[in-house]
Design a protein around this ligand. Structure first.
Ligand code: ATP
Ligand code: MG
Length: 431
């Protein structure tokens, strides 16, 4: 166990999470029972094992365990990280652990990484990957993330070909909802691309990889760092000038949409200078079989002049998307700080269930109170968020397929096709 990783206190609390708050109610007749030895809670047992059990300590030393997570195989690889599949040793939920080798990071990459963490901590949307916990060792940083088992959009299209018009609508609406939420929170992603759109189920997507994201103070703030992937880069990025954040994300979404509905990229070249020329010339060809409303949307987005580009609100209300209903987000969705659990009558649907699940694992009120101010850098936050997310998912918080009106392209997507998809997939479209 790396020394800088915090364990929760191994002291065995005498009261449960909830009876602690009413200590005056304790029954003197139970004193004897309380003094007799009792079984350790799962949390206490795991914490003790991590300090005393030889096998557990060995697994921690060789990296088969990180904190409370049992690490399995590798599931992805990025420029700065390896992503591994892992299980929470107590809750048994699957998670993805992004392992960053701090020794390989220069100062600016370190700054980007801490920005990635603080931005992910501030964003809570059903189509944005959840950050559960952050663990730090002397040479490594571990970001424990929601596991997206359906692979990324690039891999999906590369292996199965373009998405149908209807699937494109469902996926694109979710991406728009996530990006609108980010921009409303003054966050610019700056690396929207198919590789960073992950599937958690067949049609439910999550925006991932906030490594290039940045927080702006106002929508008109000018930025000057070239970020992202050249095939998705807006013309103003290739001009080496200061640029506004939101239109750059919108352009990348236009490229993404083109890729989803055609299976190919609008601007292609074998070198970056040639690609730059293509993007600056702004010439691309949309195949005629792409539906007319979708063509209009692509043209509205891929406008060379950033101020003329479609705004997200226009995109959300565009004709192509009319059959997909976007729903309002649940105001109680984002209870990401475990201290919320202690707030009496806070009125969120999952509170009791989360309470009970944590109590069963041995998480006490004392743990939660000691956890304050640690944000993601605490195993208690990790357990709490994983449990909360699972309970929200089970209650259908990420399963909101909805269609209004008539699907406008009967040749390609019948309403029946949509219903079939609805049975086999989960969709979440919130705004
Ligand atoms: P790059 O700079 O190349 O984009 P990165 O170091 O920022 O990479 P990510 O993009 O976050 O890393 O992750 C790399 C890959 O790992 C992703 O493309 C994806 O295939 C996989 N991956 C990342 N996070 C998850 C997750 N939560 N669930 C499943 N797979 C994931
Ligand atoms: Mg990536």
């Amino acid at each position: 166990m790396p020394s800088s990783m915090n364990l929760v206190s191994t002291r065995v609390p005498r009261h449960s999470l909830y009876s602690l708050s009413d200590s005056s109610d304790s029954d003197p007749d139970n004193e004897e029972e309380q003094d007799s030895p009792r079984r350790l809670t799962p949390l206490e047992k795991l914490t003790l094992d991590m300090c005393h059990d030889e096998k557990t300590i060995k697994e921690l030393n060789v990296g088969r365990r990180v904190g409370f997570y049992k690490v399995c195989g590798e599931i992805g690889c990025g420029n700065f990280s390896k992503v591994k599949l892992a299980f929470h040793a107590l809750t048994k939920d699957k998670v993805a652990v992004k392992v960053v080798d701090k020794m390989r990071l220069d100062l600016s990459t370190q700054r980007m990484l801490s920005r990635e963490i603080s931005i992910m901590e501030s964003l809570h949307h059903p189509n944005i990957l959840w950050l559960y916990e952050v663990l730090e060792a002397p040479s490594r940083l571990y970001l424990v993330l929601e596991y997206a088992g359906g692979g990324d959009l690039h891999a999906r299209i590369s292996s199965e070909g373009k998405l149908s018009d209807l699937e494109s609508k469902l996926v694109f609406a979710q991406i728009m909802s996530a990006v609108k939420y980010m921009h409303d929170s003054n966050i610019i992603h700056r690396d929207l691309k198919a590789e960073n759109i992950l599937f958690t189920s067949y049609s439910c997507v999550k925006v991932a990889d906030f490594g290039f994201s940045t927080k702006i103070s106002s929508r008109s703030q000018m930025l000057d760092t070239f970020c992202g992937s050249p095939p998705y880069a807006a013309p103003e990025l290739f001009k080496d000038e200061a640029y506004m954040g939101p239109p750059v994300d919108v352009w990348a979404m236009g490229v993404l949409l083109f890729f989803m509905v055609t299976g190919s990229m609008p601007f292609r070249a074998d070198t970056v200078p040639k690609l730059r020329r293509c993007v600056l010339q702004g010439v691309y060809v949309i195949p005629t079989w792409v539906s007319a409303p979708c063509q209009r949307l692509i043209r509205g987005i891929l406008k060379p002049e950033p101020t003329e580009r479609c705004a997200l609100d226009q995109m959300l209300g565009c004709e192509w998307l009319l059959p997909v209903e976007t729903l309002r987000s649940n105001p109680h969705f984002y209870q990401l700080n475990p201290v919320q659990l202690l707030k009496v009558r806070s009125g969120w649907a999952e509170q009791e269930e989360v309470h009970a699940a944590l109590q069963k694992l041995g998480v006490t009120k004392e743990h939660i109170l000691n956890n304050q101010g640690k944000n993601s850098r605490s195993p208690i936050t990790g357990i709490y968020r994983i449990v909360l997310h699972r309970i929200q998912r089970n209650k259908g918080a990420e399963c909101l397929p909805s269609i209004t009106g008539v699907v406008r392209d009967p040749k390609r997507d019948s309403l029946r096709a949509y219903r079939n998809l609805r049975h086999t997939s989960k969709l979440c479209v919130l705004s």
